[in-house]
Design a protein around this ligand. Structure first.
Ligand code: NAP
Length: 243
């Protein structure tokens, strides 16, 4: 009997780790193609959009996929909605892997907002030297804000973007010492972050310096059959899916 086939919708460190943690199955990881030199997962890789729900549904059928795992970023809402719809259409079991969001701790000065537009509207009241960590696609929302920005992303940003912008091209995970240095060197007085979850050294460094953080809430997640928080739980789900 051929190995079962698992499609992982990726673009996260969890997806990459999971691709190497599934013995005895054929793993295909799907990447959107947003970064020019992505870290490569184990197993097969395909790159680029499927063409909406219909395209993903057709792919699942033509490739004989047995299990679908949505291990995309918590802010990648469209592909997660598409995965839920395609799983329903095909009857293929779906598991969502979502790292937990961050929780405010004593000493934090957080302002939770529902989206990037609200973050941009709030910023001028909080500071004038902004560390913007919303990713390349998140920079446009701040184009009209009158402040100085240090924006960190994996790929260079494209217009529209703020007129006073310095970029640092880097990929996490980031160290606490590195984050401390960056905040001090650039005299940062406010941070914008998505509630991505994960190590979050920048949040520790902000707490130490009493710097306010504008924290953008996650988009609504689709009601999926099952959601787990860790790679180990996802690997156990896959292992339990066959006798
Ligand atoms: P999105 O808005 O949810 O998706 C937009 C479209 O991109 C989807 O409809 C789909 O196109 C395609 N797509 C997205 N993820 C894909 C995947 N893994 N494989 C194949 N096609 C995919 O997604 P996004 O926010 O632009 O994120 C794109 C990728 O970057 C995701 O894989 C995500 O895990 C990763 N990422 C996102 C963020 C973030 O903050 N959004 C941060 C870190 C990493 P079709 O409809 O044509 O299939």
């Amino acid at each position: 009997m051929p190995d079962p086939r698992v499609l992982i919708l990726g673009g996260t460190s969890e997806a990459r780790a999971l691709s190497g943690a599934l013995p005895g199955v054929t793993v295909i990881t799907s990447l959107a193609g947003r970064t020019s030199s992505p870290l490569r997962p184990a197993g097969e890789v395909r790159v680029g959009g499927f063409g909406g729900v219909d395209g993903l549904t057709a792919y699942l059928r033509s490739e004989g996929i047995d299990l679908l795992i949505d291990a995309t970023h918590p802010f990648a809402a469209r592909i997660s909605d598409n995965a839920a719809a395609a799983a329903t259409a095909t009857g293929i079991p779906l598991l969502v892997v979502r790292r937990p969001g961050w929780l405010e701790q004593p000493g934090d000065v957080w302002h939770r907002v529902p989206d990037l537009e609200e973050a941009a509207a709030l910023l001028p009241r909080l500071g004038h030297r902004v560390f913007l960590t919303a990713g390349r696609q998140g920079i446009a929302a701040f184009a009209e804000v009158d402040a100085w920005f240090l924006a960190r992303s994996v790929e260079p940003p494209e217009p529209p973007m703020p007129s006073r912008l310095e970029t640092v091209l880097d990929r996490g995970p980031f160290t606490l010492d590195g984050e401390r240095r960056l905040l001090a060197e650039h005299r940062i007085d406010v941070i914008v972050s998505k509630d991505s979850g994960g190590p979050g050294a920048k949040l520790v460094a902000a707490r130490e310096r009493g710097i306010p953080v504008v924290m953008v809430d996650r988009p609504r997640a689709p009601a999926a059959a099952g959601t787990v928080a860790s790679v180990a739980e996802a690997a156990a789900w896959v292992a339990s899916s066959w006798p």
